[in-house]
Design a protein around this ligand. Structure first.
Ligand code: WA2
Length: 281
């Protein structure tokens, strides 16, 4: 091939890769802003009103009618901060027990049945889901602090007051690789320089969203022309000696590679998109 043909081919790959990375980043960003707004909705209409103006039915209706605002989220849910000393009263009031998340046993994850979950053993505190979008109803009553990724994310979000994103891990029920985004809801507005202790003390609950990466990235890429020409992979490279693959088009590809950066809005995480040409048949 002539040098100029090769150069144009590479430039074409760069442009297509940057366009895809940018689209994914923008769609994630608008979804994330809307999840943040839902945290404010819960603060205003659940905690800010007595009696609360939100119940499971209202939350389900509102989140179903606003899914178009969160194109990359498979579901949103709200978990309450419950201290062990408050557990008994909480369970009496809600009429159900706080459940432990089952993630260790992969077979259990696979035929996930919320009815079979065990009550949570004694902990200092819990984060049971009290409202959920219909698509993630299976996490109602589950203690989100009993899953490692969810727990770490809750702790990081409430100590910083910012949106926190997990590394990729298998989501409950679907078992698809996904990430969870969490915003903390506080009793009152905190100054930007509030200490982590002040933030923990003021915490009321956690508004979280799950991003089912394979199905939602697939849907995004399908909207684009020239899908038939390009193969895309998505990696979490936060730990750059152990990058985690989040998405793979699963097609044989050429050697030419372009890497585009993606910013998902959590400065402690780093993601990249790898793009290659599909092998000519
Ligand atoms: N949501 C949906 N599926 C999941 C999941 C999750 N977390 N974790 C594992 N599979 C209520 O940060 C608080 C949502 C967690 C929020």
């Amino acid at each position: 091939m002539h040098a100029d043909v090769v150069a144009r081919r590479i430039e074409n790959l760069e442009n297509m890769c940057d366009e895809r990375a940018r689209m994914l980043q923008d769609q994630f960003n608008v979804s994330m802003n809307h999840v943040h707004a839902l945290a404010i909705l819960v603060s205003t209409f659940h905690h800010g009103k007595n009696p609360s103006a939100i119940d499971q039915k209202t939350f389900e209706d509102f989140t179903a009618r606003t899914t178009f605002e969160r194109p990359l989220m498979s579901g949103v849910a709200y978990a309450l901060k419950v201290l062990h000393s408050e557990r008994e009263l909480f369970e009496q009031k809600l009429g159900w027990k706080i459940k432990k998340m089952e993630t260790e046993d992969q077979s259990l994850v696979h035929d996930y049945n919320p009815e079979k979950l065990q009550p949570s053993p004694v902990q200092d505190e819990y984060a049971p889901v009290i409202f959920s979008q219909e698509t993630v109803k299976h996490i109602i009553s589950v203690d989100m602090m009993s899953g490692k990724e969810d727990r770490d994310n809750i702790l990081r979000s409430r100590a910083t007051g910012k949106g926190a994103l997990t590394a990729p891990f298998p989501l409950l029920k679907s078992n698809h690789l996904g990430v969870v985004l969490t915003f903390t809801v506080y009793k009152y507005d905190l100054p930007p320089d509030a200490t982590p202790e002040e933030r923990i003390e003021a915490t009321l609950g956690y508004l979280g969203a799950s991003f089912d990466v394979p199905s939602l990235v697939e849907r995004l890429l399908e909207q684009l022309a020239s899908k038939q020409k390009i193969v895309v992979r998505l990696y979490d490279i936060t730990n750059h000696t152990y990058p985690t693959k989040m998405y793979d088009s699963d097609v044989i590809a050429s050697d030419d590679l372009h890497i585009s950066n993606i910013d998902f809005g959590d400065p402690t995480r780093k993601h990249v998109m790898h793009c290659r040409f599909k092998h000519a048949p």
